[in-house]
Design a protein around this ligand. Structure first.
Ligand SMILES: *Cc1c(COP(=O)(O)O)cnc(C)c1O
Length: 444
């Protein structure tokens, strides 16, 4: 399978978006539902490493990875080759009709690489939302309880149940209710905005959560606590130290299933294979998707065998879940993560980015906070009184886009610049991307 190498350098030869992209954008407006947005409407011709090439011949630096998906790089040749080989043999049988080895192999691999050495089982699905939703089904079935606890700033997907779990109204939830019941939202240990200061945040937030669950819900009614070990769409909020271990311990003591939503943080992204490892958390169930299969749609729930196997036969599944090509891609992607040492590479990326961004924050008061781990790094933009500054964010993003840097925003208040480069990006492109970002602040 011949894969043409994508040259690893930025090239801006037209306005961005260029004429061909603008043409496609017009066609799109007449054909595609308006509800689907695009951060940067340059239409893609091909992509690889840290570069996205568009239909006008521009080569953009990729600080998005298709939202933390192409951790091993876009169209990694090993992923492409293995998926193509599978496609040539069979495209689909439905695992619930005629099973195949690749599905089993992916589950074995997930059971091996996820935190904890206890006996595990996995199920494969199509999207992050579907994974989170199935984790809740499994937790409810295994515990016989109904309540689900989630957090401020959480994002868990766009299906009805996961919208209920998601915190932010606009644009995700607006007009789409009613949402499922028995969902209880708790405070998040958001160090930068904790009223009594970041050093008190972890223990105080944990105490508040324990108190609210006990008094408002009743621990004995809670099936699951669902939490992102670093919040993604919410603004890369890293729970203050001690918060996750305290919540996990409370769950353990009360028979509550601790569900880690590692859809965005998973697969080497944060400088650990999974973000839970940072504080030694072993989740009962873990939901994964995004970075799992090098860009092919796949998701999973992995967890304690006793919980996973509590569900009656036929209770879980789906037509496409664990599609054979996606499974082949996942196996190749996992091998690439391990053989290329991408966990270590994510840490290097984090060190490089955090160093430069902290320097930038010293020069520009609008950067209130620099945070994140590995290749999941964000800056929060604020006004003099620390209130969110989404207007400046829009200007920064717009300049970066015009210079050929794919950059995303995040945050409940839309004031966070988030950076999610592929883990195979070179240091030169990282520096160049950060130079563009620095120039954006210099021009404000
Ligand atoms: C993206 C995301 C989801 C939803 O995944 P989809 O594949 O878009 O359904 C769920 N949880 C987190 C933390 C995510 O980042």
């Amino acid at each position: 399978m011949a894969v043409t190498e994508v040259a690893q350098s930025r090239r801006v030869v037209t306005e961005i978006p260029g004429p061909r992209s603008r043409e496609l954008q017009e066609r799109r407006a007449a054909a595609v539902a308006r509800g689907v947005g695009s951060v940067l409407p340059v239409y893609v011709a091909r992509a690889g490493g840290g570069i996205v090439e568009d239909v006008d011949g521009n080569a953009l630096i990729d600080f998005g990875s298709g939202i933390a998906v192409t951790n091993v790089g876009n169209a990694d040749p090993r992923v492409v080759e293995r998926a193509a080989e599978q496609l040539g043999r069979f495209t689909h049988t439905c695992f619930m009709v005629n099973p195949y080895e690749a599905y089993v192999e992916v589950c074995e691999a997930l059971n091996r690489v996820t935190p904890g050495d206890h006996e595990k089982r996995s199920i494969l699905l199509n999207s992050g939302a579907e994974a989170v939703e199935n984790a809740v089904k499994i937790a409810r079935s295994a515990t016989g309880r109904q309540a689900v606890v989630v957090f401020d700033h959480a994002y868990h997907g766009r299906t009805n149940l996961t919208l209920g779990l998601t915190a932010k109204n606009m644009p995700y939830k607006q007009g789409f209710g009613p949402f499922a019941g028995e969902i209880h939202r708790m405070p998040m240990a958001y160090a930068y905005r904790w009223p009594t200061g970041p050093e008190n945040c972890g223990p105080e937030a944990a105490a508040l959560v324990v108190d609210q669950i006990s008094k408002q819900v009743g621990a004995e009614n809670v099936a699951a606590v669902v939490i992102e070990p670093i919040q993604g769409e919410g603004g890369f909020i890293e729970p203050a130290p001690g918060f996750l271990p305290a919540v996990a311990e409370f769950c353990r003591a009360n028979g509550i299933v601790f569900v880690a939503d590692e859809v965005q943080t998973g697969f080497a992204r944060t400088g650990d294979m999974f973000a839970c490892e940072h504080e030694g958390i072993v989740p009962d169930l873990i939901a994964t998707a995004k970075g799992i299969a090098g860009g092919l749609p796949l998701a999973a729930v992995t967890g304690r065998a006793d919980l996973m196997d509590a569900v009656h036969a036929g209770g879980l599944g789906g037509t496409y879940g664990g599609n054979p090509a996606a499974c082949a891609a996942a196996l190749a992607s996992l091998e690439a993560i391990e053989s290329d040492g991408l966990v270590g590479r994510a840490r290097e990326i984090g060190d490089l980015m955090l160093g430069r961004l902290r320097g930038l924050a010293e020069k520009h008061a609008v950067i209130g906070d620099v945070r994140g781990r590995g290749a999941m790094i964000a800056i929060e933009l604020v006004k003099d009184d620390r209130s969110p500054d989404p207007e400046t964010l829009a200007r920064v993003l717009s300049y970066c886009h015009s210079q050929g840097l794919v950059l995303l925003s995040a945050g409940t208040y839309g004031n966070v610049v988030r950076m999610l480069p592929p883990l195979v990006i070179g240091d030169d492109l990282l520096h160049e991307g950060l130079d563009i970002l620095a120039e954006a602040f210099a021009r404000l």
